[in-house]
Design a protein around this ligand. Structure first.
Ligand code: UDP
Length: 250
C-alpha cells in the first residue's frame, strides 16, 4: 500500500497527493490498528539528523507527506515524482472533509487552551456532518500522558490531530497511538494520527496564514519569518537543509 518514496537526508518522503493521502487514511482506518502520518518539512529533516528518537519515529510512520517547498525540491531532485506539495494544515482540512463523509470520529488535541475547541466548532460548520470525538489542549508533558491517553481512548476517534509542534507531537503519537487502537475484537475500525504543528492556530485564526500568492510562490516560510521574527533561528534550518540536500548525491 505504501507509495513510491525517496530518502531525503535520511528521512523517507512519500510521493503522494492530497487525494492519495486521504485514500491511504481511509484504507488504514478500514484495516484497523494504529497508523501515524507525518508532514515532513526541512526543519523535520534537520531535527531528525541530530535526534535519533525523532529519526526512528519518522522511519516507522505509515506516511510522510512532502510538506514544505524545500522538501518537495529535494525529493524531486532525488527522483521522486512529487505532483504537489502536501501542506499539513490543508491535508488536515481534506481529512476532515473525508471524515464528515465517511463518519470518522475526529479528535483535536493540542495548541493553547480553548483553541482546539474553536477549531472543532469552525470545522463542523465547514464540513456539515463532521463528528467531533473531542477537542482538548492538554500538553505534551510526560506527567499528563496517561490522563490524555485515557481521555482520547474514551472518545474512540478514527482521526487524531495533535498540535504540539515537531518533534514533540510526533514522538507523542509514536508512544501513544498504539494504546489508542481499538481492540481487534471490537470489530471496530483503526485510527490514524497526525502531528499538525501550527495548523490549529491557523484554522482558529490565532495565526494568519500566508496569502495564496505567497504559498504558490513557495514563500510561506518568508511570511512566517516576517510575522514571527523570533523564528529566524529555527528557519536557519532551511539554509543548512538546502546546503546539505545539494551535497547529497542524487
Ligand atoms: N504547543 C502546545 N504545547 C506545547 C508546545 C506547543 O500546545 O507544549 C502548540 C502551540 O500552541 C502551537 C503548536 O503547538 O499551536 C506549534 O506551533 P508551531 O507553529 O511551533 O509549529 P510548526 O507548524 O512550526 O511545527
Amino acid at each position: 500500500m505504501r507509495p513510491q518514496s525517496v530518502e531525503v537526508l535520511g528521512v523517507r518522503v512519500d510521493g503522494v497527493t492530497y487525494r492519495e493521502a486521504c485514500e491511504i487514511a481511509a484504507a488504514l482506518i478500514q484495516q484497523g490498528g494504529a497508523h501515524q502520518f507525518a508532514t515532513v518539512n526541512p526543519e523535520f529533516v534537520m531535527t531528525a539528523r541530530r535526534d535519533e528518537e525523532f529519526r526512528a519515529v519518522l522511519a516507522a510512520t505509515a506516511l510522510n507527506v512532502p510538506d514544505g517547498a524545500g522538501v518537495v525540491w529535494a525529493a524531486r531532485r532525488r527522483g521522486l515524482n512529487v505532483r504537489e506539495r502536501v501542506a499539513g494544515v490543508d491535508l488536515m482540512l481534506k481529512l476532515c472533509d473525508w471524515a464528515a463523509r465517511y463518519r470518522w470520529r475526529v479528535f483535536f488535541l493540542g495548541a493553547q487552551a480553548g483553541v482546539a475547541e474553536r477549531v472543532a466548532a469552525a470545522l463542523v460548520l465547514t464540513y456539515p456532518g463532521l463528528t467531533v470525538a473531542g477537542a482538548y489542549a492538554g500538553s505534551p508533558r510526560r506527567e499528563e500522558e496517561m490522563a490524555l491517553v485515557a481521555r482520547v481512548r474514551a472518545a474512540r476517534p478514527q482521526l487524531l490531530f495533535v498540535a504540539y509542534g515537531a518533534p514533540a507531537q510526533d514522538k507523542w503519537l509514536a508512544r501513544n497511538l498504539p494504546l489508542l487502537a481499538p481492540a481487534a475484537t471490537d470489530g471496530a475500525s483503526g485510527i490514524v494520527g497526525m502531528g499538525v504543528g501550527g495548523a490549529f492556530d491557523f484554522i482558529a485564526g490565532v495565526q494568519k496564514r500566508a496569502p495564496d500568492w505567497m504559498q504558490r510562490a513557495n514563500l510561506e516560510w518568508l511570511y512566517r519569518l516576517l510575522r514571527q521574527p523570533w523564528r529566524w533561528r529555527r528557519q536557519m534550518a532551511l539554509i543548512s537543509f538546502a546546503l546539505a540536500a545539494m551535497l547529497e548525491s542524487r
